[in-house]
Design a protein around this ligand. Structure first.
Ligand code: GDD
Ligand code: MN
Length: 386
């Protein structure tokens, strides 16, 4: 078939489409259920069935946002989607993170209402119908499923997690002034028109997207809570258990300092502090083995930088974790960058000291500039997004 040179298509052509195209516009569904997934292949088909049952009264879709799970979750979701276009899958490659996945899923929707829920069946899907009914009929923007309202429950949390959850709730309520019973719920429904304007200020790091939404627009969103039971997980395992406290501290700092101190920078500094301990311990061991101070200091510096690298790779950049060959090249770069950081730290401290000889101001100034250098440069050259 040839295309006419003036840009118009021939009036009658042997159309390559076997069937008449479906020219009837199909409106977006009323509700998108955004479900972040990482290694949830067993849960996906069960969740789809349950959603179909509870949402039969509205036009809905479910969007699985999968971070390229090694267990093939995305393939399972797509296979269901081939036969049922209410089921979609957005696969992110080379990235990890719960909040980022939710954010991207929400931004990929055209529905009037957006729900976020876990894939692991811990959230009670029957609450979706009530959430939708409230948003449809009342002038509210956000409905949160609360584990701590009477009628709800947090039975699915381990004892340690339950304690942390209660504790962090109090902190959030006091410090950020958020007056909800469960601001860290992972289960809520929001009006898209209320979400979109605040999307640019929401962080894609960490796991608390709801808290971020609330803190960003505190007081101005019209919010209600509904009680909901948090069930126990049956298939697969939780990804948040071990590092959740770390992430929480970082998020609180970011919100308290109006995002001036990012979660990453805070983690980076905490890791740096632990590195000082490692440095001193190694120095002591090497000196005890009767090596010279110069040797001890050199060995201690190299070991401490290596320690910092490993911890930053585990925690600070857990969403961009380097593995295999990338781990080794990353380590080498980090050594070089921090080496330069150390030299500039000494240079700047000496310069400040010459100027205003208060030893601790000079020392602190040098350390601060060195840390900022290490952070900014390693963000660009070690953990830059591939
Ligand atoms: N795409 C993506 N990327 N999904 C993720 C990631 C990730 O890095 N990490 C976890 N998920 C998905 C899981 O597959 C699951 O569907 C959901 O996010 C929740 O993860 P879990 O690992 O099951 O979290 P949890 O049960 O420990 O934590 C829940 O309770 C917290 C409150 O205590 C979640 O609902 C949290 O959002 C909630 O804050
Ligand atoms: Mn879970």
């Amino acid at each position: 078939m040839s295309i006419a040179m003036d840009g118009a298509y021939p009036a009658t052509s042997s159309a390559p489409l076997a069937h008449e195209p479906d020219s009837v516009p199909r409106p977006a569904p009323e509700l998108s259920v955004i479900v972040p997934t990482f290694n949830e292949r067993a849960n996906v088909p069960i969740l789809v069935d349950r959603l179909a049952r509870v949402l039969s009264g509205c036009a809905w879709e479910v969007l699985f946002v999968d971070d390229n799970s090694p267990d093939g979750t995305a393939a399972v979701a797509r296979e269901i989607g081939e036969a049922d276009d209410r089921v979609r899958c957005l696969c992110r490659i080379g990235r990890r993170g719960l909040a980022g996945a939710c954010l991207e899923g929400m931004l990929a929707s055209q529905a009037r209402y957006l729900a976020v829920m876990d894939a692991d069946l811990q959230h009670d899907e029957t609450v979706l119908a009530d959430m939708l009914a409230r948003l449809r009929s009342e002038p509210i923007d956000l409905v949160v499923a609360s584990r701590y309202l009477s009628g709800g429950s947090a039975a699915g949390l381990s004892r340690q997690r339950a304690r942390l959850s209660r504790w962090s709730n109090v902190l959030v309520q006091r410090v950020l002034g958020i007056k909800l019973t469960d601001p860290m719920s992972g289960y809520f429904m929001i009006r898209r028109s209320a979400f979109e304007p605040l999307a640019p200020s929401i962080s894609s790091q960490g796991f608390k997207i709801l808290l971020d939404i609330l803190a960003t627009k505190s007081g101005r969103l019209r919010v209600v809570e509904l009680p909901s039971a948090f069930r126990e997980r049956r298939h697969g395992e939780s990804k948040l258990d071990s590092k959740i406290a770390f992430d929480f501290a970082a998020l609180l700092t970011a919100k308290l300092t109006n995002d001036a101190v990012s979660a990453r920078f805070l983690l980076f500094c905490l890791v740096g502090l632990s590195g000082i301990g490692v440095h001193l311990s190694v120095l002591r061991i090497v000196l005890a083995a009767a090596f010279s101070f110069g040797t001890g200091q050199t060995v201690a510096t190299i070991v401490a930088i290596g320690w910092n690298f490993v911890l930053n790779n585990l925690f600070t950049y857990r969403d961009q974790r380097l593995t295999g060959r990338h781990f080794l090249t990353g380590l080498m770069r980090f050594q070089v960058i921090c080496g330069i950081g150390a030299v500039s730290n000494v240079g700047i401290a000496t310069w400040i000291y010459d100027y205003d000889s208060v030893w601790w101001i000079a020392g602190l100034g040098g350390a601060l500039i060195g840390t900022v250098w290490n952070f900014v440069v390693s963000a660009a050259f070690v953990w830059r997004q591939r």
